[in-house]
Ligand binder design. Sequence first.
Ligand code: HCA
Ligand code: CU
Length: 389
Amino acid sequence: MSLENFAIIESTLREGEQFANAFFSSDQKVEIAHLLDVFGVEYLELTSPAASPQSRLDCERIARLGLKAKVLTHVRCHMDDAKLAVDTGVDGIDVVFGTSSYLREFSHGKDIPYIIDHAVAVIEFVKSQGLQVRFSSEDSFRSDLVDLLTIYRAVDQIGVHRVGIADTVGVANPRQVYELVKTLRGVVRCDIEFHGHNDTGCAVANAYCALEAGATHVDTSVLGIGERNGITPLGGLVARMYAYDAPMIRGRYHLPMLREVENYVANLVNVDVPFNNYITGFTAFTHKAGIHAKAILNNPSTYEILDPADFGLTRYIHVAHRLTGWNAIKERAEQLQLSLTDDEIKKITAQIKALADQKNLSLDDVDVLLRSYHSQSVDAEDRDVLPAL
Ligand code: HCA
Ligand code: CU
């Protein structure tokens, strides 16, 4: 079943290059490729060698790195581009054609028999060179279903390795993705890839539903960077799949690398990792309300489906606010190695809540209170044991 056998096609070096702020030097591309390879993605997809002379050189360079990940490049469904791509030494070629009525009318103006003829010629050529080949239709969700299935059936019959469904404009919802992939699963024998844009925030859910319906490959990019607001983010897909089967994801990927590759890419494209980012956002493992903090201290699974330690991260219990509880304050006192009775902790907690009603407290404010309470109680004990002078 695909949910266990899925593979990631990491497209930061192709779709990600289409992000507004992206410019990757050759060395930076190599570094991204290495980081993603150590993380363990199964495929890397690179910008077409037809895009520019440097893009061609970069394809050749990355294809020669000897990475564990298979290296793919992404080209239009043209024989000239396919020849250029084969010559770069990559492991496989992803070809794409626009099949939607919009693209057929306003972009390339080609009809379905023309698309099939070209696809068949390009696929047969790439296969004859001993490379893997995938055929995908741009804007699949606004393509006519009969057209789409006719094209996919034709390319499947000549032995394409994968067909791709692309939600180019981010219009699809999870149920539509499920239905289209399920229908396609009944028509082709080859693998099925899903590429989803995130314009309406469905890219992770759509990718997951594609896998549930029988897709085998999902396209991602680091932090989701790509055209407009991008595609399924690598971290988001990993979080989703971890929630499905944590041991499988822990076994397959070197999870602590996620933050490193995200920070590296964020810095290159001049963006901050969002506060609410999957896994690595700065509040992703912060617990605040007293009830949450108490339960988390007893058993982290109460409010965490992802274990931060698996990603080389730590949880944080936010104690300095009016929603706090005495269990959280007690934990803080223990961290500071201040021994206070439960009654004392409860009194301090009440004081913290009263103060936090007046102003935004810092952890320092809490620590000062805990320390001064502690030293008062130690003084009091000393007075009790010392003989009065
Ligand atoms: C684009 C092309 C693409 C290709 C996806 C694919 C898309 O519009 O830039 O090859 O499956 O979103 O359709 O990224
Ligand atoms: Cu895209």
